[in-house]
Write a protein that binds this ligand. Structure first.
Ligand SMILES: [Zn+2]
Length: 409
């Protein structure tokens, strides 16, 4: 509204009156919504005459409230965990097995749901990291140090060995695919690996695999781990890609491998991922191809995913359960995880004597060390030590600034 300088006063009064009218109007609307809302909650037979009349009179409010209710129901349904019953599950796994056998290039996408059996919490589930941090609860680090590849990790590794799975794209940072024995060439850890720190000053980038979580001092946009490159002396950084960051490291992210796999894929099997993050990477979904030329999508997840409507088959079951049934159907043995064969112990670069104190996280112990009296593994930790940050933690709570600690060595 333009103000005429001559009549400034009256137009101000007009504006005030208009504003007041608006406020009153809003107040009336609120009253109507309250009245209609109350009436709608009652069964028709219990509504008073006044309420029945209000429903007839305020059609728009009725429609709007119904729309809101539908939206609420949809949202609630999307969060619910659904389980297929045993028969349905069996039938679906048969279909999946047929697809696995027929696929020319099967690629597997995995998320936090495949690691919950290893007691690594997922993010948004009832006991997820996100949920716990939001409630101000600490996360016990004993969960992490005891984590070992699950049945699902081992099945995937075996299916790759059998040449049934060509590539694995994971959004997990727990390193469990690598530890299951899946070759790195067949793996893309899109959000990094908590056991790997790198020197980006060296060319090519120099990688240091460790036997502990290297991320305890790192957070969103702060990736320095405090340790130094043994070759050039530059500070090492973790490989974690937090929400809001763009991962550029060649390894372990291996975007090249992921993109190539997606291009070749005729079947994609998604395991334990809400796909809320993965769906944002267009190159993983061949969306530039016409719909009938895209890879066939099979999804195993308890909750709704944004790709459900595009899936050939949605299986509501726990990953370990579904994968065990699948292996039975394919007649492939599920290998047992064994620490003795865990490749991380060969890949790892030991810390120098002056670096031993550079972290406080529990160290993975090789089986031969575990047995002998020479278990020289750094500082034993109280099991109740709680995690304040690291690859999960700090990056997730936007408002919280990480405390920057200097190392004392
Ligand atoms: Zn270096």
């Amino acid at each position: 509204m333009e103000e005429d300088p001559e009549t400034g006063n009256s137009s101000r009064a007009e504006r005030k009156a208009l504003e007041k009218a608006k406020i009153l109007q809003r107040e009336r609307e609120r009253m109507v919504f309250r009245l209609v809302g109350r009436a709608l909650k009652k069964p028709e037979s219990e509504r008073s005459e006044e309420e029945a009349a209000a429903l007839l009179l305020h059609r728009e409010a009725v429609e709007e409230l119904c729309r809101r209710q539908i939206r609420r129901n949809v949202l609630k349904r999307k969060q619910e965990e659904v389980f297929d019953d045993a028969n349905e599950l069996k039938g679906k796994v048969k279909q999946l097995a047929a697809a696995v056998k027929q696929a020319n290039h099967l690629v597997v996408y995995t998320g936090a749901g495949i690691s919950t059996a290893a007691s690594i919490p997922d993010y948004r589930g009832p006991n997820g990291v996100w949920t716990q941090l939001q409630k101000g609860q600490a996360i016990s680090s004993s969960d992490l140090s005891k984590a070992e590849p699950t049945v699902t990790h081992m099945c995937i590794r075996e299916l790759h060995k059998e040449k049934l799975v060509k590539h694995v794209v994971s959004q997990n940072c727990d390193g469990l695919h690598l530890r299951s024995g899946l070759p790195r060439s067949a793996l893309s850890e899109l959000h990094g690996n908590m056991f790997i720190e790198v020197c980006t000053a060296c060319s090519p980038v120099r990688e240091f695999v460790r036997l502990f979580d290297v991320t305890e001092r790192t957070s969103l946009h702060r990736h320095g781990t405090g340790r130094r490159c043994s070759q050039c002396g530059s500070e090492l950084r973790d490989t974690i890609v937090h929400f809001g960051e763009r991962g550029t490291l060649e390894q372990p992210l291996n975007w090249k491998g992921a993109a190539e796999a997606a291009t070749e894929a005729d079947v994609i099997l998604c395991l334990g991922s809400s796909l809320k993050v993965l769906k944002k990477y267009p190159c993983l979904w061949s969306m530039n191809r016409p719909a009938n030329k895209r890879p066939k999508l099979y999804i195993v997840n308890l909750q709704w995913t944004p790709k459900d409507d595009l899936a050939v088959l949605k299986i509501h079951g726990k990953c370990d359960n579904v994968m065990s049934l699948l292996m039975e159907e394919l007649n492939v043995q599920i290998p047992k995880y064994s620490r003795a064969e865990d490749p991380i112990f060969n890949l790892a670069t030991p810390l120098g004597p002056e670096e031993i104190q550079s972290h406080t996280r529990e160290v993975l112990v090789a089986p031969d060390e575990q047995a002998g009296p020479t278990a020289k593994n750094e500082q034993p930790l109280e099991e109740t030590t709680s995690l304040q940050g690291g690859w999960f933690g700090r990056g997730y709570s936007k408002g919280r600034r990480a405390r920057k600690k200097k190392l004392h060595n």
